[in-house]
Design a protein around this ligand. Structure first.
Ligand code: SF4
Length: 378
């Protein structure tokens, strides 16, 4: 009897997708830990979702490639996308909706009315402002009007991806449509920004679930980014950091250093000035599935002043040269280093260390001047 009861509970907890209970709770606890909450909170989220207590989410799409949604859905771990959709009630989403036209517009109005003051408004994509915003219209409304209307009654506003956070690629020079981010349109309102090209789904999920569970938002930096995800630069927790500190740099793509997974600083890596947790929170739960993990320099996609502004191969100033307390094994094959393990070591150890200036000297010794100012004009 007890066993039967437990099986029923397990089935409910796993949701409608036939997922393994352990997987379901694991994703929830990962999201909880990602926002600095106890793992037990993740179990509570899973239980609440099983009871149907899911936050209403209205997801707006503007100027973008839909990459943030696609990265969430096209995972190599299909359960992730399903779980995210199982943990929230996606009441309006132009990309995923089967409804269209008036039916979709009615769904938006109904969701806003039924959940006024409580729903989460997610914005994906930049908002064009030039010529009164005519370059993005949905159902006869400009993106500016639609965003203002939906944000007005939202309980929380989350800008997912770099386009929604600060304009991203659509706002790159010469920015023909006057594209900008949601925080700029909604000046005066709190807009959580989760930049990234694409954004990491866990950063979104953790933020949304914290709001739903506690009615609070995570601590934010001055750009509206959750500190749990953007509090440190990639350089601090990079699996290639031991090579940086040892002065071992890739000189050109395909050389022996590149094959051996050496540091990409001289190839223009923007990790030293880019605040993000890419190395700590693997995309789609695939260790190594991020630019540096596959041998490409970080382009700084979470930073408004870096990505699509500073040329790809221009080196940047080292913002934080303090070496971490613990290193991942440097002989591990690329992509095989457990990013999660490296990240945890970085999180726990890196936050505690003080230390000396090692890095810049190593770079100097490598024959290229460290601390070169970004060539913004090139
Ligand atoms: Fe990693 Fe880039 Fe820093 Fe090298 S410069 S350690 S590749 S973040």
């Amino acid at each position: 009897m007890a066993s039967s009861r437990r099986n029923d509970a397990d089935g409910a907890l796993a949701g409608r997708h036939g997922l393994d209970r352990r997987d379901f709770i694991r994703v929830c606890t990962m999201a909880a830990v990602a926002v600095g909450l106890p793992a037990s909170v993740g179990v509570k989220w899973a239980e609440a979702a099983a009871k149907g207590l899911k936050p209403s989410v209205i997801w707006l799409h503007f100027q973008e490639c839909t990459g943030c949604t696609e990265s969430l859905l096209r995972t190599s771990h299909p359960a992730l996308a399903q779980l995210i959709l199982d943990l929230v009630s996606l009441d309006y989403c132009e990309t995923l909706f089967a409804a269209a036209g008036y039916q979709a517009e009615d769904a938006l109005k109904s969701a806003m009315a039924a959940n006024a003051g409580k729903y989460i408004c997610v914005v994906e994509g930049a908002i064009p402002t030039k010529d009164n915003g005519i370059y993005c219209k949905i159902g006869g409304k400009t993106a500016i009007d639609m965003l203002n209307e939906v944000a007005e009654k939202a309980g929380a506003i989350i800008a997912i991806g770099s386009c929604a956070s600060f304009g991203g690629i659509p706002a790159a020079d010469p920015n023909p449509t006057g594209a900008t981010g949601a925080p700029m349109i909604l000046a005066g309102k709190t807009v959580v920004t989760i930049p990234g090209c694409p954004a990491n789904p866990y950063n979104f999920l953790g933020t949304a679930l914290q709001f739903v569970t506690f009615g609070t938002l995570p601590a934010l930096d001055e750009k509206g980014r959750p500190r749990f995800a953007y509090g440190r630069v990639i350089h601090e927790d990079c699996p290639r950091r031991p090579h940086f500190d040892a002065g071992r740099f890739v000189q050109q793509f395909g050389d022996q250093g590149h094959r051996d997974g050496w540091c990409l600083y001289k190839m223009g890596c923007k990790g030293p000035v880019t605040h993000a947790n890419c190395s700590l929170q693997p995309f789609c739960e695939v260790p190594g599935a991020w630019p540096i993990g596959i041998g490409h320099p970080c382009v700084g996609c979470t930073e408004q002043a870096v990505a699509f502004r500073i040329p790809l191969h221009t080196t940047v100033e080292i913002e934080n040269p303090t070496p971490p307390a613990g290193y991942p094994p440097i002989k591990a094959p690329q992509g095989g280093v457990s990013a999660a393990a490296a990240g945890l070591a970085g999180l726990v150890g890196g936050a505690l260390v003080g230390g000396g200036w090692v890095a810049a000297k190593k770079v100097d010794g490598g024959g290229e001047k460290a601390g070169a100012k970004p060539d913004k004009g090139a």
